[in-house]
Design a protein around this ligand. Structure first.
Ligand SMILES: Nc1ncnc2c1ncn2[C@@H]1O[C@H](COP(=O)(O)OP(=O)(O)OP(=O)(O)O)[C@@H](O)[C@H]1O
Ligand SMILES: [Mg+2]
Length: 520
């Protein structure tokens, strides 16, 4: 990783300690993992009544900083000061007792349990001292106070990402957090859900009881919410902005990326071929519990075409993607992928025919603990070269390193364990894996989830290039900005049906957002 000083000067980088309203201070915190210096002499001061945005590229050290302040990692050097007293955070329990709460980048709620049970688990003594009815009333009241609606009896697994986010925040408030560390809370939300979350965060801030740190890749979060900004680069604080109102877009992009973003041709016009690579005709698909989540859906994707599917998470996209990739059989209708009938499933045939996917939740469905980056690459269209009776992993590693998309996306070295990579770096592995071997049909769910600004832009360019080379792309996302930017057509999915099909140039994001949520 390049040094911050070499690539851009530190701006407005005064001493960051003490001062009015500061309730948490990190002083020259350092943390190393093997040869990775994740944090190096990081200073940060969080003030009550303020939202402090923390920006930086994938792997810059944002999550490590948050986890250190939550007692999950012990710093190698430096100090943590809460209310003016130096503290040792040797466990999350100790951090929580001091009023520090963390909303994780990857959700930690238990999907099979109710909202009430999930919140109870976060309270001291598991909340057993509180009667269920009282806790339920407190959950509802807290949610209402900050402009949210939370049903304590709902099963967390049935909630949308936005609703889970609300549960997380209610949980933080009820568990007594005064210092809230939020790791990418807006990265997976629909526009209406983002608006709702932002207004809740503003209410929390304006109450003047909380200090909020907001890790994000979205610059619009900064403009909407942040009072101050700290930028990390290669583990060090590379810039700090104490007056966001006086800061420009270009200044922030420059501080985070170190250069201008590569330009992206908007609304693509491609020579579409007559051949369809995907044809679904009135298909039904059920979820793991046997409920029909896709009902009578018809959709085609032509070679060279990028079709966007707009829908809130949990709306059947996952099951649709799995059906197309032959992992999940359909219950009715016909489904043809690259000339093969895959209604009854057949993942291997679909892969060999030239299809590849980026799944909605790689940490849950794709990441295998204990396996390296190269091992994960083997689970793709790339063949692992044989050596004797075994496999030649080094040959595969060399082959992967030569892939143009590996170089463009900055794939980490092959022998790193995927579970030790930062959130966005895991996503890079997934994108490279899907693009490896030039698929003819790419099913991409939230392809830029968690990627930093520059890497997201490179990924979008690679997807457009695949389509320009004649592949069909089925792009699923809640990020309407991305769908509008890349898609030739957008199909709106709600409750398992396609309720509208629109050209990006002929509608607005808010209109599509309302159709997704059923409020049109
Ligand atoms: N438990 C761990 N073991 C080894 N290395 C780790 C561990 N946790 C983090 N790292 C490394 O520390 C560096 C910083 O990671 P971190 O997760 O803080 O990045 P980040 O800024 O949150 O990135 P992203 O935007 O991708 O979420 C990365 O190089 C990562 O691989
Ligand atoms: Mg992170």
């Amino acid at each position: 990783m390049d040094s911050a000083e070499a690539t851009h000067p530190l701006r407005r980088l005064g001493a960051e300690c003490g001062g009015a309203g500061v309730i948490l201070e990190a002083r020259t915190l350092s943390k190393r993992f093997g040869d990775v210096q994740a944090n190096a002499a990081v200073d940060l001061a969080l003030r009550v009544g303020e939202i402090h945005a923390i920006l930086g590229e994938n792997g810059a050290g944002k999550s490590v900083l948050a986890k250190t302040l939550y007692g999950l990692y012990r710093p190698d050097a430096g100090a943590i000061v809460v209310d003016g007293q130096q503290v040792v955070l040797d466990s999350p329990a100790r951090a929580r007792a001091l009023g520090i709460g963390l909303l994780f980048q990857d959700f930690r709620l238990v999907p099979a349990l109710s909202v009430l049970r999930n919140v109870a688990l976060a309270l001291p003594d598991g909340g057993f001292w509180l009667r269920r009815a009282r806790l339920a009333a407190r959950i509802r009241a807290t949610a209402r106070r900050y402009g949210m609606t939370v049903d304590p009896s709902a099963r967390v697994g049935d909630l949308s990402v936005g609703e889970r986010q609300h549960v997380e925040i209610v949980k933080l408030v009820l568990s007594g957090a005064r210092i809230m560390l939020l790791d990418e809370p807006t990265s997976l939300l629909a526009p209406q859900e983002i608006d709702a979350l932002r207004s809740s965060l503003r209410e929390l801030r304006d109450e003047g009881r909380f200090a909020i740190a907001l890790i994000t890749h979205r610059l619009d979060d900064v403009w909407a919410l942040a009072d101050r900004v700290t930028v990390l680069r290669g583990g060090v604080v590379s810039a700090r902005f104490d007056d966001v109102a006086a800061t420009g877009d270009g200044e922030l992009i420059d501080a985070v990326v170190g250069h201008d973003l590569p330009a992206l041709r908007s609304c693509a016009v491609r020579a579409q071929r007559a051949r369809s690579v995907l044809r679904a005709d009135r298909i039904d698909v059920a979820d793991d519990r046997g409920r029909l989540v896709i009902r009578g859906l018809s959709l085609t994707v032509a070679a060279g075409e990028m079709v966007g599917v707009a829908g809130i998470s949990g709306g059947g996209q996952r099951e649709l993607a799995e059906a197309v990739l032959g992992v999940r059989p359909t219950r009715a209708g016909t489904l043809e992928v690259l000339g093969h009938d895959v209604g009854a499933g057949g993942a291997r045939r679909v892969l060999e025919a030239g299809a590849a996917g980026i799944s909605e939740d790689p940490l849950e469905t794709d990441v295998v603990p204990g396996l390296t980056v190269t091992h994960h690459m083997a689970l793709s269209r790339l063949e692992v070269p044989r050596r004797g009776i075994g496999y030649d992993w080094q040959a595969l590693e060399r082959r992967v390193a030569r892939l143009p998309e590996a170089a463009e996306l900055g794939l980490p070295v092959g022998d790193r364990l995927v579970t030790e990579l930062s959130g966005g770096t895991v996503q890079r592995v997934m994108v490279v894996r899907a693009l490896a071997g030039d698929p003819e049909l790419l099913v991409a769910a939230y392809p830029t989830r968690g990627l930093d600004l520059a890497t997201a832009r490179i990924t979008q360019k690679l997807l457009l290039a695949r389509a320009a080379a004649g592949a069909g792309v089925l792009l699923m996302s809640e990020d309407l900005e991305e769908l509008f930017l890349l898609s030739d057509r957008i199909a709106v999915l709600r409750a398992g049906r396609i309720v509208a099909a629109v050209a990006p140039g002929a509608t607005t994001r808010h209109a599509v957002g309302a159709q997704m949520l059923g409020t049109a």
